[in-house]
Unconditional design. Sequence first.
Length: 126
Amino acid sequence: MKVQYLTNEVAVAFFQKLRSLFRGGAGTDDAHVLIFYVRCNRCGEVIRVRADRRWDLLQELGDGAAGYSLHKDVLGTQCNALMRMLVLFDGTYRITHQEIEGGRFVTPAEYEAFQRSRDQGASGRA
Ligand SMILES: [Zn+2]
């Protein structure tokens, strides 16, 4: 599968979700999955971003050095601020650079803390 430009990440993500539904779960795909956690600069929401090496990476052919890039538009559920994520990999899928416009990368622990605080807030008000 050759993807030159991913102009509509939302549609791509949607079809990936659809496909995983039909397959009945992720299962053995985990080896290809990349997970990032990003915090929205506007509202503070922490979002888990899932990417798949096989579909989401673009091959970068530089000066003899092969590598990959991942471009993802990230949209949370709390506000409509779009974050633009860029991650660069070397030929062995090691991350060599990562940046995000409109947000920042956080740790899995920060994501879990955010989830907990949101759950508590929701149940307390219900
Ligand atoms: Zn937000």
